[in-house]
Design a protein around this ligand. Structure first.
Ligand SMILES: [Zn+2]
Length: 261
């Protein structure tokens, strides 16, 4: 952007702010800049930048080193290499996710991308950045894929290639809401397909919320089965219920099982 364009941009944004004063991402309060929130609320958000499981990123405050694994990953290593989320999915962060997912609110994307990069510096190791895809019927109904918005914002910030077409959801699956961990896994197993060559490449998968990780696992299975070198994941928020640390009492399926579905 040259000096004249920058001046016009500043004048434009100032006029826009006068007409539509920027509102906080989490309240009706006016804020200085679009896509920000009040310092008090920002400090209250539960960012997951601290120590955690080396694989799934589950927060472990007492973790003694970078190679610690949570009991779930020890019992059943995930197919993806590393997964991280910027925020705990709780009462405070939920409106951020819901405003993005159901409200189509895009003004937080730049901030979200910065938070996700902070939580997952390995984003820059990816050859391509992919969103968790929606089935075309859901995309048609909603009009957008919030994971794609996030993936695009991260790719722009990390200066890595963004490819929303590589991974597709070939089967419309019911919502994961309300399903058990094993139900979630069954629901999305085999739901994804790769449409381009992925051999030898490293991928970053982006989603808005990580709950049990079943969707990310199913996406990773499709990519690895097609020859991908590595799959990493990042989400805006993740569920961190203490029960997540319980080792499942029923088998959650081997890597081979995931490949076979
Ligand atoms: Zn883990």
């Amino acid at each position: 952007m040259n000096a004249r364009s920058q001046r016009l941009y500043r004048i434009g944004t100032t006029l826009a702010d006068l007409i539509w004063p920027p509102r906080s991402l989490l309240s009706d309060a006016r804020v200085d800049r679009l896509g920000t929130l009040e310092p008090d609320l920002w400090r209250a958000l539960n960012f997951l930048y601290g120590p955690g499981c080396a694989r799934c990123g589950f927060p472990i405050p007492e973790a003694a080193g970078p190679d610690i694994l949570c009991p779930v990953c020890l019992a059943q290593p995930p197919l993806y290499e590393r997964a991280r989320a910027a925020l705990a999915y709780d009462d405070l962060s939920r409106p951020l996710v819901l405003n993005l997912k159901h409200g189509g609110r895009k003004d937080g994307l730049t901030a979200f991308a910065g938070w996700m990069l902070e939580a997952a510096p390995f984003v820059r190791d990816a050859d391509q950045i992919l969103p968790v895809p929606l089935h075309w019927s859901r995309l048609w109904g909603r009009g957008y894929n919030q994971a794609a918005w996030l993936a695009q914002a991260i790719a722009r910030r990390a200066r890595r290639p963004y490819n929303p077409m590589l991974l597709q959801r070939k089967r419309a699956t019911p919502s994961q809401n309300g399903l058990s961990a094993s139900g979630r896994k069954r629901n999305v197993s085999g739901a994804f397909q790769v449409t381009q060559s992925v051999r030898g490449q490293a991928f970053l998968l982006v989603d808005d919320v990580m709950t049990t990780g079943a969707t990310l696992q199913a996406c990773a299975a499709a990519l690895l089965r097609a020859g991908a070198l590595r799959v990493d994941c990042v989400a805006l928020a993740r569920v961190v219920r203490p029960t997540k640390l319980d080792v499942p009492t029923e088998p959650i399926g081997s890597a081979q099982e995931l490949f076979d579905v």
